[in-house]
Design a protein around this ligand. Structure first.
Ligand code: PSU
Ligand code: MN
Length: 335
């Protein structure tokens, strides 16, 4: 009996997985007005590994021209590790999955003239024909629609310090609760309340993984003082978690926290002092809503004399390598 079940499962699961992706086929996406760049289209239709990349990090997360060179480097690292990069943004009202070099350049020069676009902003940015740089939440949404299972970024949003009174909780966390994409990041910046962010992820049912570590990383440093709920030590282990998530149709996301490589870690005390100062300024200047994160990122970089930017660039490149490897291992399993 058990062996008959196993046989049935073997037959059903590929059908089930292919049914999932045919709902998201390229033609039906294009009917929705979503543009898929040709190399991404080819990879998706052939079941090859694809890695989604966000664009708020380009527009709001880094200064020009480092934002452009980093975006290009990250795409190349994804390619060198055997996957196709798909940077995601809304250009003149058109959601684009995969950007050309010219388009990356355009976004990098737009900087904050591009609208910071989280899930709540998607419909109005498109309806107005505007240009929007997608945050983790909006990028996850489009990645899932296209059948992309792996997404690489630097840091995600979270519960802000004092979030228990402001209710400033990034929509990245609720998106992780409702969208089945594996997100590779370097943890959560200590501009945020890390223990509360982990509590909220638990509430949302998000699988949170420390990559090669017991501790959830804190972006600029590998130590946050908070334990990661689970640990995985290889791309294959992460891919096995993602495969199980998809097979069971859990419909929630997976967050992989990859510690910054030791040689690039910033001096924790220096960064913490800068964060304290920047946080104080947001209170004094009454900076609120979706302006908080970009302001903190910019000020911490200025106050650390560019030191935080250098660490930021290195950790994203490292995440791109790990994410591409996970994507390759996952497609192998789904084949
Ligand atoms: N944290 C970073 N770098 C970033 C962001 C967060 O270290 O670039 C960006 C990401 O796009 C993330 C967004 O999805 O900020 C979260 O913004 P908010 O806190 O307003 O939800
Ligand atoms: Mn917020």
């Amino acid at each position: 009996f058990a062996s008959r079940i196993a046989t049935i499962r073997q037959h059903i699961s590929p059908l089930f997985l292919s049914a999932r992706s045919s709902n998201n086929d390229v033609e039906s996406l294009e009917k929705l007005g979503i543009r898929i760049e040709p190399s991404v289209r080819r990879a998706l239709s052939e079941g090859l590994p694809v890695v989604a990349l966000e664009s708020t990090i380009i527009s709001h997360g880094m200064p020009y021209p480092q934002n452009l060179s980093t975006a290009k480097d990250v795409e190349n690292i994804v390619r060198q590790n055997g996957a196709t990069p798909a940077s995601i943004a809304i250009l003149n009202g058109v959601p684009c999955i995969g950007l050309t070099e010219k388009e990356l350049e355009y976004l990098a020069q737009c900087r904050t003239k591009a609208a910071k676009t989280a899930r709540r902003d998607i419909a109005q940015v498109i309806a107005k024909g505007a240009t929007g740089a997608t945050t983790v939440s909006a990028t996850m949404f489009f990645a899932a629609k296209a059948g992309i299972h792996v997404f690489v970024t630097g840091g995600i949003g979270g519960v802000h310090r004092l979030g228990e009174s402001t209710l400033d909780i990034s929509s990245d966390l609720t998106e992780l609760g409702r969208t089945p994409v594996l997100v590779v990041c370097a943890g959560v910046k200590s501009i945020l309340d890390i223990p509360r962010t982990l509590e909220y992820l638990e509430t949302q049912g998000v699988t949170v993984v420390g990559y090669g570590t017991e501790e959830f990383p804190a972006f600029f440093t590998s130590k946050s003082g908070s334990k990661a709920p689970c640990r995985a030590d290889s791309p294959e282990e992460c891919a096995a978690i993602a495969e199980t998530n998809l097979k069971l149709d859990l419909q929630s996301g997976i967050l992989i926290g990859v510690p910054i490589p030791e040689q690039h870690a910033a001096a924790a005390e220096l960064v913490e002092a800068a964060i304290q100062e920047a946080l104080q300024e947001t209170i004094e200047k009454n900076i609120q809503g979706n302006a908080v994160t970009p302001y903190l990122l910019k000020r911490v970089n200025e106050l650390t004399g560019g030191g935080s930017l250098a660490s930021n660039i290195e950790l994203i490149k490292n995440n791109a390598r790990v994410g591409a490897q996970i994507s390759v291992a996952l497609q192998e399993k789904l084949r």
